[in-house]
Design a protein around this ligand. Structure first.
Ligand SMILES: Nc1nc2c([nH]c(=O)n2[C@H]2C[C@H](O)[C@@H](COP(=O)(O)OP(=O)(O)OP(=O)(O)O)O2)c(=O)[nH]1
Length: 145
């Protein structure tokens, strides 16, 4: 049994081969997180793999099919620790089918430019700050290779 509740989420980019934009989503619940921006995703359900869960969540929340790219490894064995109870596994992803929509859990979506403005252009969930920074670093590292 993992110690922390496992969350899975994706940094959806416009093009995995040449990322320029990132899709962020604004939560509409619960009250403590409503209005804050995040990476779409959610909890892994019992009996489900992490990869199955992330595909299901993106179908449910945004109505899209995605292709996973590189993972975005965090410092914790379960990825990125969000709080005392949960950790989040992250991948880059690209939409392969569907137009992203606020079907469940969000009230706004935005394509943000992958540059130094990323951390401040919307108000992210505070726990996401190091993940936002890692995304940017990973994009820069891959582009400069
Ligand atoms: N999806 C997502 N969750 C995040 C991020 N940052 C962060 O602290 N969290 C937290 C918020 C929630 O406490 C938890 C994810 O749970 P959730 O409520 O999105 O999961 P879910 O869709 O399965 O839940 P439910 O509302 O259907 O019950 O992780 C993030 O960037 N993306």
């Amino acid at each position: 049994m993992p110690l922390l509740k496992q969350i899975v989420a994706v940094a959806i980019v416009d093009d995995l081969a040449a990322p320029g934009k990132l899709l962020a989503a604004r939560r509409n619940r619960p009250e403590s997180l409503a209005g804050l921006w995040e990476f779409p995703g959610g909890k892994v359900e019992p009996g489900e793999s992490e990869v199955e869960a992330v595909h299901r969540e993106l179908r449910e929340e945004l109505g899209v099919e995605i292709r996973l790219g590189a993972s975005i490894p965090g410092p914790h064995p379960q990825g990125w620790q969000l709080n005392e109870k949960a950790a989040m596994r992250m991948w880059f992803a690209q939409i392969i089918h569907g137009e992203p929509d606020t079907l469940d859990g969000h009230d706004q979506l935005a394509w943000l430019t992958l540059d130094d403005t990323l951390n401040n252009v919307v108000q992210w969930i505070p726990a996401d700050a190091p993940i936002v920074a890692a995304c940017l670093e990973q994009v820069r590292a891959s582009v400069s290779k």
